[in-house]
Design a protein around this ligand. Sequence first.
Ligand code: AMP
Ligand code: MG
Length: 400
Amino acid sequence: MALPPLMPLDEAREKLLKELPRLCEVESLPTYSCAGRVLAEDVVAPINVPPAPNSSMDGYAVAFADLDGSELPVSQRIPAGHVSQPLQPGTAARIFTGAELPEGADTIVIQEDAEVTDSGAIRVVEKPKQGEWVRPAGMDLKQGATILTAGSRLSSAAIGVCASMGLTHLRVYKPLRVALITTGDELVEPGEPLGPGKIYNSNIQMIGTLLEQAGFEWVRIPRVADDRSATITALKSAVAKADAVLTIGGVSVGEEDHVKAAIESLGTLNLWRIRLKPGKPFAAAEINGTPIFSLPGNPMSSLVTFSLLARPCLMHLQGARLKLPLSLPLAAGFSRAAQKRDEYVRVAVVDGVARTLVSQNSGVLSSALTADGLLHLPAFEDIEEGKPYSFMPFASLLHD
Ligand code: AMP
Ligand code: MG
């Protein structure tokens, strides 16, 4: 039977994202508990941050117009958090970092630029510019401005920004529940004896970790043998337990690959085989409305297809806007004849160029430990040394 043509990665992702629904309900949580969650509504600043002009340095608050070379008596002292009196004309106010400026002051003389005279007045040795060292009201956030939009994933910085506006709670989506099925007669779990012909099931732990880091809840389905009816049983149980299902392995064209046929007997296959290396056998399907994503079992293929295809789709189901891993132009430190698939090669950044110092075998996961990230080599193009290609650092690919 003829195989379907290979679909380019971007086209596959676009097609899937267009067809997938949003699955999660909304809940309100304390701001502090929202890191990693997806915002369900825009956040509009209820106040200016800072609420009033304040000093960014220890020094003296003055009216710029009073800086004519004469000494200024010190008329009040304003520590951070304390209320000031209006500034008496022709005087300075001792002020500390974070304290609000008194009415009538518009500039700070930092204490290093002021000499205190015997009478306790100040002489300005270095005249500041008007408004210098003042943090105006709303410098960080303007009241009424949209600060974060629905669909963004909340970082620790976003939590800090929300807290700076005094927001006690945020409306976020409940976490998507993802069932994870690993297939293969050869798999045993760490802790079990490694009998002849067996290998440890590493993917369940790696992809489970990636699911957790992406903010999903995941359900472990017991490992499935390479058997059609066992695969069907596992898929049914996964669909009953979760909002979406990930399968790993058994989705290629071998006689022992049962995932595709099992899915087709229960639901609809939407897409199979991507013009991608590693990761060609990726599939996407649906069983009774539950989205299924099937990753090939070679660990590097699982990692790449999860990061570039499955995770963006799961994030969409979770309510998130599309955010692809950061990519930057990086010169190739090698050349290579054109190939028929887009390849994501593991490279190290050496002297500012990408070098393929590690094994590119999709069964070699340990090369992800020494490589810095993936370099995208487009299909059907001769790869030229010195030319820039898209580089995705593992720091972003694995942790975002
Ligand atoms: P498959 O996609 O099932 O054809 O598997 C491709 C390769 O990945 C085979 O060498 C499998 O032994 C290996 N593999 C499949 N699943 C896992 C897993 N969960 N953990 C580690 N290796 C796996
Ligand atoms: Mg297999």
